[in-house]
Ligand binder design. Structure first.
Ligand code: AMP
Length: 282
């Protein structure tokens, strides 16, 4: 397994494998790898001749008051996990490599970037779209793998790849959860023991929504209210947003019909967690 920090060297290493006829699978990450990331890597490994993982905590997607500085960086462990999973190349650039002095170009996916997580985090998806575009240009993968955990991010990237005719296939993999249902996240390490217990309320509220729908509740306002009431029982929880939206447009739907995307962001103490499910209703 190679670890490359320089943009040109990474491009060259991938190009060589492509010339040998190997398909390239790519998993972009911010490191602090867990089973969620590993599920993407395993899928990439099973479908491609050459697998690239990038580890880059992208400053462009963090707001000024967000956790950029304290974001976990267990790099040695990340490297050994990648090795174990048979990754061929880790692209591990420094900020200066990705955003050299004088950097000026940004990618923006209108509308999708302004809803849900885009409201409390203005500029976040612009940062994501920009870094993913740069990584796609550097690595030139055949297929890139993303997690449904960041459902809005997946929607933004799929739209961007389609709108800009990017020659890459985007695959979105299911959410990997802890035993009690909490969605795995690099940020879960911030939680205290008590908060960790409380955090399962995100998953429980999604399950409540599922049960309500199964029992015939089709009014999204009512479902959201019931979810809010459940989460409100935890003292450490503060709801950022809960919404039920169309999975493509991310706009609120008044009644459950067809595919719907139930999404939420909740602060547990000082940690902001996100989760979602997609429900397909006949
Ligand atoms: P991150 O390092 O948080 O930027 O995540 C890198 C990729 O892993 C993104 O495509 C995430 O959606 C995905 N990912 C993170 N957590 C999970 C999870 N629990 N299950 C599945 N995919 C995940």
């Amino acid at each position: 397994m190679k670890i490359i920090k320089k943009v040109d060297e990474a491009s060259k290493a991938v190009r060589k494998r492509k010339e040998k006829g190997k398909s390239v699978g790519f998993v972009p990450t911010m490191g602090a790898l867990h089973e969620g990331h590993l599920s993407l890597i395993r899928r990439a490994r099973s479908e491609n001749g050459f697998v690239v993982v990038s580890i880059f905590v992208n400053p462009a997607q963090f707001g000024p008051k967000e956790d950029l500085k304290r974001y976990p960086k267990p790099v040695k462990n990340d490297i050994s996990l990648c090795k174990k999973e048979g990754v061929d190349l880790i692209f591990y650039p420094e900020v200066k490599q990705m955003y050299p002095e004088g950097y000026k170009t940004y990618i923006e996916v209108k509308e999708l970037s302004d809803l849900l997580c885009g409201k409390p985090r203005p500029g976040h998806f612009k940062g994501v779209a920009t870094v993913v575009t740069k990584l796609f240009n550097i690595i030139q993968p055949d297929t890139a793998y993303f997690g449904q955990k960041d459902g809005q991010q997946a929607a933004v990237i799929k739209k961007m790849a389609s709108d800009l005719n990017m020659p890459v296939k985007i695959k979105v993999m299911p959410i990997v959860r802890e035993k009690d249902g909490l969605a795995m996240s690099s940020r879960n390490v911030y939680l205290s023991t008590k908060e960790r217990k409380d955090a399962v309320v995100l998953f429980n509220s999604l399950n409540l929504a599922k049960v309500l729908i199964k029992n015939g509740q089709m009014n999204t306002d009512t479902i959201i209210l019931r979810m809010k009431q459940l989460i409100g029982k935890k003292k450490s929880a503060k709801i950022d947003y809960i919404d039920i939206v169309d999975p493509n447009t991310l706009k609120r739907i008044p009644k459950i019909k067809g595919s719907c995307f139930i999404v939420l962001a909740v602060w547990i103490g000082k940690t902001r967690l996100i989760d979602n499910i997609i429900i397909r209703h006949a």
